[in-house]
Design a protein around this ligand. Structure first.
Ligand code: KG4
Ligand code: ZN
Length: 357
């Protein structure tokens, strides 16, 4: 089965063709990602309106390239899958509408995919992982532990109650005068710094459960920076290193709790999958590997290219749906918010379980 996937929920315009064989194994036939990073760099973050316009301009060409790379035409594919949320609604509309148009014109089924499900199922695309497994999704928009028990069966075991971790890295970078995207810049600066120079808080550490909080850490970083301003290069490196040291400790502690919860529920250790852009961080990966070993879990980290936003994961999720006979109507509405675990408490409104969580 060949599925064309489309992703446009943030600042990557992407299209891919993925093959799912009858035995459940996978092959990425083509995979095109166009990053808009340069278009947003001057603003220190993603500007939704600029992102939506850039998707409109690029998507047709990206889809054509993905098909050409695969040596296929619309007639050869079995379904079109697109991210239908959650994300920046302008961009989601561009991708979903494009997918609907292709589905209608080519007479192919449409599969509307939750972007988070794309991340959640990536380890099955890359490693053929069987259910169940524990996922830590750490990106610019999301920070959560999910028990992945089957296609459509996702249970959130913990999540951030304020900022996503990638967002915290990006804000830390902005505050320290480092370039966007902030994660790689903070990590690079941290390598030259002393992580114990500033005593920053470790929010929620050792509290029961597997939730995260990063807004207090961000404020503490700002106060520490303001107290010694103006900052020289070494100050910036030391602040970055101290921030990263706090984050690493928090992530390790929360992962330890999540693995304990998961192992207890399943009566045995399992696999911890880490996905999302922040999974690129070496210090975080190293800490997770050590924690996983301590809990007798296997750590699976898909290749970085498939950890960050891409369309192969959307095509693959579409193929998993197709294999179960699950398709969607052309009236499927784009959703700016769409929790992966629809049974858990909605994260709407303000406060510690607020919308950003
Ligand atoms: O998954 P992703 O590419 O896009 C979404 O947010 O969906 O993740 C991007 C985020 C950004 O916030 C970026 O700063 C962060 O991942 N990031 C990192 C690193 N590389 C990217 N954070 C920490 N360390 C890194 N090396
Ligand atoms: Zn993502």
């Amino acid at each position: 089965m060949l599925v064309l996937g489309i992703e446009s929920s943030c600042d990557e315009t992407a299209a891919a063709v993925v093959e799912r064989r009858a035995d459940g194994s996978a092959r990425i036939v083509s995979d095109i990602v166009l990053s808009q990073v340069d278009e947003h760099a001057a603003y220190g973050g993603v500007v939704p309106e600029i992102a939506a316009r850039a998707h409109v301009e690029a998507l047709d060409g990206i889809v054509a390239t993905a098909l050409r790379d695969a040596g296929l035409g619309f007639a050869d594919i079995d379904a079109v899958a697109a991210t239908a949320g959650p994300g920046l609604i302008g961009g989601v509309l561009v991708g979903l509408t494009t997918a609907k148009a292709i589905a209608l014109a080519a007479g192919k089924p449409l599969v509307a995919i939750n972007h988070l499900e794309g991340h959640a199922l990536t380890a099955r695309l890359t490693d053929g992982l069987p259910f169940p497994y524990l996922l830590l999704l750490v990106s610019g928009g999301h920070t959560q532990f999910v028990a992945v028990e089957g296609v459509g069966r996702y249970r959130r075991l913990g999540s951030t109650i304020d900022d996503a971790l990638g967002e915290a890295f990006d804000k830390a970078a902005k505050l320290l005068g480092l370039p966007h995207p902030g994660g790689p810049a903070v990590e690079a600066a941290a390598r030259r710094g002393n992580g114990s120079r500033f005593a920053l808080p470790r929010p929620l550490i050792d509290r029961p459960g597997a939730d995260f909080s990063f807004s207090g850490l961000k404020t503490a970083l700002r106060l520490a920076a303001e107290a010694i301003a103006p900052l020289n290069d070494q100050d910036v490196a030391d602040l970055a290193a101290s921030f990263q040291a706090a984050v690493v400790e928090v992530v390790a502690n929360r992962a330890s709790h999540a693995m304990a919860i998961f192992a207890n529920e399943h009566q045995r250790p399992g696999v911890l999958v880490v996905a999302g852009g922040v999974a690129a961080n070496e210090a975080i990966r190293t800490a997770l590997r050590a924690e996983a070993e301590r809990h007798l879990f296997r750590l699976v980290a898909p290749p970085l290219r498939l950890c960050t936003d891409n369309a192969a994961m959307i095509a693959w999720a579409g193929a998993e749906h197709m294999a179960l006979g699950l398709t969607d109507g052309l009236d499927f509405a784009a959703r700016p918010r769409w929790p992966l675990d629809e049974t858990s408490a909605p994260l709407l409104g303000g406060g510690i379980k607020g919308a950003k969580a």
